[in-house]
Design a protein around this ligand. Structure first.
Ligand code: COA
Length: 164
């Protein structure tokens, strides 16, 4: 599936929120306020994957279809993936890995040496995806999600990647 990665623009917000609602169980999906809060945090950025090919939108206001997005941030030397969501119909096409690689590059440029993220212990797809992308399980945090679900903290050293 042809797509390109670009920075978030304000009109994307509602689409991103809806994608997040579809990607996660109601107890894990962000409210609009939560998503906006994380996207606006100092050091945070959002990258969007949008479909390419076909006719470009003729109306200046029309958008190409958004297939996925990633929200990440840097905290000193540590990058943090806040969320990554790909629409169901576009999965296993390399979009998630493309978004993650683009975010890692941005985090590296911002001075991050490692990237950390949390994922629910029962999210087998995400765990496989992150392992495939070079992440390892660092620890388990009990009750991370509203005291009801444990999280795996996964990490990846970026410097080691840059040298290879
Ligand atoms: C996790 C997610 C972002 C992956 O996006 P994606 O675009 O499908 O990922 P990719 O196509 O780049 O997959 C890269 C590799 O990850 C692994 N992988 C991805 N999805 C997988 C699945 N369902 N089962 C097994 N392995 C999987 C595979 O090794 C895959 O490579 P391959 O297709 O060549 O075998 C997507 O499934 C998603 O949005 N899930 C819902 C939201 C979510 O759980 N996000 C993570 C929050 S912590």
């Amino acid at each position: 599936m042809a797509y390109r990665t670009r920075d978030f623009r304000r009109p994307d917000f509602e689409t991103l929120w809806r994608i997040d609602q579809h990607c996660f169980d109601p107890q894990l999906a962000y409210s609009r306020l939560e998503l906006a809060f994380y996207m606006r945090r100092p050091g945070a950025f959002t990258l969007v994957a949008e479909a390419e090919g076909g006719e470009p939108p003729s109306n200046g206001k029309a958008q190409r279809r958004i297939l996925g997005f990633i929200v990440a941030e840097t905290r000193r030397k540590t990058g943090h993936i806040i969320t990554i969501d790909v629409v169901i119909e576009a999965r296993r096409e390399g979009i998630g890995s493309g978004l993650l690689r683009a975010a890692e590059q941005r985090l590296r440029q911002a001075g991050a040496a490692v990237v950390e993220l949390e994922t629910p212990v029962n999210n087998a797809t995400a765990i496989r995806f992150y392992k495939q992308m070079g992440y390892y399980v660092d620890k388990t945090v009990t009750g991370y999600y509203s005291s009801q679900m444990d999280a795996l903290v996964m990490r990846k050293e970026l410097e080691a990647v840059a040298k290879s």
